[in-house]
Ligand binder design. Sequence first.
Ligand code: LRH
Ligand code: MN
Length: 395
Amino acid sequence: MPAALPVAAAARLARLEIELPSWGFADTGTRFGKFLQDAAALTLEDKLDDAAEVHRLTGACPSVAIHVLWDLPAGGGAAALSGLARARGLRIGSINPNVFQDQCYKHGSVANEDAAVRRRAIDHLLASVELGKACGSRALSLWFADGTNYPGQGSVARRKRWFADALREVHAAMPDSMTMLVEYKPFEPAFYHTDIADWGMAYVLAKSAGERARVLVDTGHHLPGQNIEHIVSFLADEGMLGGFHFNDRHYADDDLTMGSIDPYRIFRIFLAICEAERALGRDLPVEFMVDQSHNLKPKVEAMVQTVVTAQELFAKALLVDLGALDAARARHDIVAAEECLRRAFATDVRPMLAEWRVSRGLPADPLAAHRASGYEARAAAARLPRKRASGGSYA
Ligand code: LRH
Ligand code: MN
């Protein structure tokens, strides 16, 4: 294997932008408790500072995803938002509305039997579009907790039509520069049915919403045994793949750090992207985003680790000899085909990436550089007094 990253691979890797979730820097928890960290972000400014630290170290994270009611609890602040990001060398990325936490959404948001609640939810989605316009955001990222817990509780068909109506109305309000990302999830918090439960339902609703609606693949939103890279290849070939929420899982929805459980699966997903980009002849117009909650790991460290892992696994996928792979496939040489993947996956790309980072004026080892920077201790010293005073919020 090459000593240095091949030129084309290095160039593609340099174009890999990984969007960070603001909520990944704040205190979060499990269903049974929230575990506070001294250095965890309290305010939007803290979250942007942390994201800027990750971008300083990796050069790969110029944008931050916003969760509207978690980052702008008082609703205002849209005008200042992009300025706060720009002041830190960042931009506001995808806008994620919150239609799952208000009491009125107990029985759903856009699929609630109560028309007034459906209207309220749609109005929040429309306000999120306006926020996105104000920030120059190119993605409206939609996830809905809507579903039921018991057989008979809801009419799937009626709810499906309410979803279609709502997404059509919201799509019509989006500027041409904005893409709607429809995220699916098989369960949680609903445990009998979830209205947008899998890639097919998200696909149908995105298609009916409008031409700038795509499917968002959260890697944690798959039942055990599902072949995620199959879904990725299928959606990409349809031109319906809009983005990823990367994380890892043993079960489902674990939101663990990417590549911590099944790096070979993430490698296979990146390979599916490489093959789709070869077929397309250019980079896929896809948002690469992280969606994790770091209950136990120090949050900025976990994020740096995630970005470094993403770069390593993408670099390995870029090393797969697609020509040799095709030739092996054509002659049904299954072992040779698999060996194309195994050889690339087994390549230790860390020395190549260290050299590549240094050539771009970045630290060879971002995690070590972060630890040596004392950033976390400074953040804890600055935030702990504020945390004691405020008691902290969710995300
Ligand atoms: C839902 C989800 C969605 C976000 C939330 C933070 O589980 O994946 O993407 O809104 O996590
Ligand atoms: Mn997600």
